[in-house]
Design a protein around this ligand. Structure first.
Ligand code: ZN
Ligand code: ZN
Length: 258
């Protein structure tokens, strides 16, 4: 049950970022998968939509129909497998008529359609009761998506498919979202002048080319040109050593006012 005091009350003056999922693909320590709700003065959008997103929205008392746009960093299940449940919600529980825009790397439209068909084949044959609109995001090509200015850049996570980091500008704010990535100097470059950098931090001891680890981030944190650095996509190694971590760790309910 949600009490009135827990209900989501948008702040019309300032933008805010609500963390819906701060865990890795394995839902370390029961944390939800990647999803961040951003409310600006003009629009509401999601950065990624992991499988647990609808549950997290409801737990936080957020009306999912307020979402205009979903920006996807890449097509791994912990970043986009929540979409079919969002569609289901819009189909039956809170009927949606206005379009929903989904922006993501090349192949997004096909993959989202295939995923929905695999999960709800009977529905996927029927016309959607609302329009799904897609925008393909290409590295280094800035897209104007309504009032958002989206700057995608390729990060080091997948070999054949494209994974993106996303720098998003709106109102007078800029945020950077790393998506999933190994170390790249582009994180330093794109973090300059941002209000918030949402940075993945899967590992502590393990060092991989396709994900970030805490020592690597710590080594470089003073080079990030951001007002606030928040580590997310937290794996079990990081959570087990949280008492040794001097940078801010996300929680599933963190709200950042911009
Ligand atoms: Zn991931
Ligand atoms: Zn991934």
């Amino acid at each position: 049950m949600i009490h009135a005091s827990q209900c989501y009350t948008p702040n019309m003056n300032n933008a805010e970022v609500r963390f819906l999922g701060s865990g890795d693909a394995f839902c370390a320590a029961g944390r939800n998968q990647a999803a961040y709700l951003v409310r600006t003065g003009e629009t509401v959008f999601l950065l990624d939509c992991g499988a647990t997103t609808l549950a997290s929205l409801k737990l936080q008392g957020i009306d999912s129909t307020t979402i205009d746009t979903v920006l996807l960093s890449h097509l791994h299940g912990d970043h986009f497998a929540g979409l079919p449940f969002l569609f289901l919600q819009y189909w039956f529980e809170t009927p949606r008529r206005r379009p929903l825009r989904i922006c993501g790397p090349p192949g997004t439209q096909n993959r989202v359609s295939q995923l929905f068909a695999a999960m709800y084949r009977d529905l996927s044959d029927k016309p959607f009761p609302f329009r799904l609109e897609y925008t393909e995001l290409l590295p280094q090509r800035v897209e104007e998506v309504g009032s958002l200015r989206v700057g995608p850049f390729r990060v080091r996570h997948q070999e054949t498919e494209i994974s993106l980091g996303l720098r998003v500008r709106f109102d007078r704010h800029s945020i950077l979202y790393s998506g999933d990535t190994g170390w790249t100097e582009d994180l330093i470059l794109h973090s300059q002048g941002t209000d918030l950098f949402i940075c993945e931090c899967c590992f502590f001891e393990t060092r991989l080319a396709m994900h970030l680890d805490y020592p690597r981030i710590w080594e470089n944190h003073q080079r990030f040109g951001t007002t606030r650095l928040v580590l997310t996509h937290l794996g079990r190694e990081v959570l087990a050593r949280s008492n040794q971590i001097e940078l801010e760790l996300a929680t599933d309910h963190l709200t950042v006012q911009l």
